[in-house]
Design a protein around this ligand. Structure first.
Ligand code: MRU
Length: 355
């Protein structure tokens, strides 16, 4: 395997445009979407052209770098430009409520802008500093994912089979992956690893994206309906369940794609370890427990349809929460760039809760 799953970036900044792999088109077509302003970037996030907590964070960081440069090109004082940046920050913050990486990245870039405006730096200096900071967010994400991949690799024996949910791979991050990054880490350590990927209704991130990137990397992957997870676990075919997360509260309760919580219950029932792989940017020291995590509710039409085919009768209601919260008590350990953090989480999560 190459050092990153793809020979191209998932999110990049080029000629004052944010260039994203358009994940709505996969697996049919690998194509890029260019966002030349903040409303188009917001649409890309809402439509899941760019998705996965760390990748949304990277896109938002580039978004604020772009916002500054657009404001600077219109002229005015750096205080005026800061006002435009704060307006764009609010637009980006309103796209998706659950993934804390979005807010983490917006806060990080916002702080840099405010500090440099207060320090009377020029508009150009601030623009360059913001772009550098966004590049650092991307580079650090890749480094964190590679480190957690190495830490998690230790948990998988030669020939292990991993069950995962949604897509927490290269596509969901700066390019390496969290849950799938652990699989890549184990493969890089010379192990043969097999993956079962839940299809992940309603938007099929497992079937479309995890399967696409694992096939691309030559990893043995089998897609199952979400409802088949209990059966593969009962049959003893799974050595570890590993998922990513969108926000992990201070007590270890973890929000991830809808359908993760039932997997954790099933893993406990079948005595299979349930791991969550996530970088420190996904831990939220300001949210004490899962009750405080806002769960995004998406358009019911995503449930009414399967691909472009209507799957429910006209007039029936549908409910579409995008995430659920797995209680900390069901999580065997968190796999992070600081190593494998086991219960009691009020003691072990210290390094990832620092801001
Ligand atoms: O709605 P999505 O596709 O953005 O949901 C993504 C997930 O739930 C991922 O598991 C999570 O963001 C972790 S990605 C490393």
């Amino acid at each position: 395997m190459s050092s990153l799953p793809f020979p191209f970036p998932v999110v990049a900044y080029k000629d004052d445009r944010i260039v994203l792999i358009d994940q709505t088109l996969l697996p049919d077509r690998l194509a890029w979407r260019e966002c030349a302003d903040i409303p188009s970037l917001c649409r890309a996030i809402v439509e899941l052209a760019v998705r996965g907590a760390p990748a949304i964070g990277v896109a938002a960081a580039y978004g604020l770098a772009l916002s500054w440069r657009l404001a600077a090109s219109r002229g005015g004082t750096t205080e005026d430009m800061l006002k435009c940046l704060e307006h764009d920050r609010d637009l980006l913050a309103a796209t998706r409520p659950t993934a804390v990486n979005l807010f983490w990245a917006l806060d990080r870039l916002g702080k840099v802008a405010r500090r440099l405006v207060a320090g009377r730096k020029s508009a150009d200096q601030i623009g360059s500093a913001l772009l550098e900071e966004a590049h650092r967010v991307l580079d650090e994400d890749i480094a964190m994912c590679r480190a957690l991949g190495r830490a998690g690799a230790e948990l998988l024996s030669e020939g292990a089979t991993v069950l995962t949910h949604c897509n927490a791979g290269g596509l969901a991050t700066g390019g390496y992956g969290t849950a799938v990054g652990v699989v890549y880490g184990a493969i890089e350590a010379g192990k043969t690893i097999r993956v079962f990927a839940d299809e992940t209704r309603p938007l099929l991130q497992g079937a479309r994206l995890t399967a696409w990137e694992l096939v691309d990397q030559g990893v043995d992957v089998t897609v199952i309906c979400d409802s088949a997870a209990a059966t593969v676990l009962k049959q003893g075919r799974i050595d570890a369940v590993i998922t990513g997360a969108d926000r992990i509260a201070a007590n270890g309760d973890a929000a991830n794609k809808i359908g993760t919580y039932p997997l954790a219950v099933l893993a406990e029932r079948h005595e299979v370890p349930f791991y969550i792989a996530a970088p420190a940017s996904t831990f939220d020291p300001d949210t004490p427990d899962g009750e405080g995590i806002v769960i995004e509710e998406r358009d019911p039409d995503e449930v009414h349809t399967f691909g472009s085919v209507r799957a429910t009768p006209e007039g029936v209601a549908a409910w579409n929460p995008a995430f659920d919260v797995t209680p900390a008590a069901l999580i065997t350990a968190f796999i992070t760039e600081h190593g494998v953090l086991r219960p009691p989480f009020h003691q072990s999560l210290g390094p990832v809760l620092k801001r």
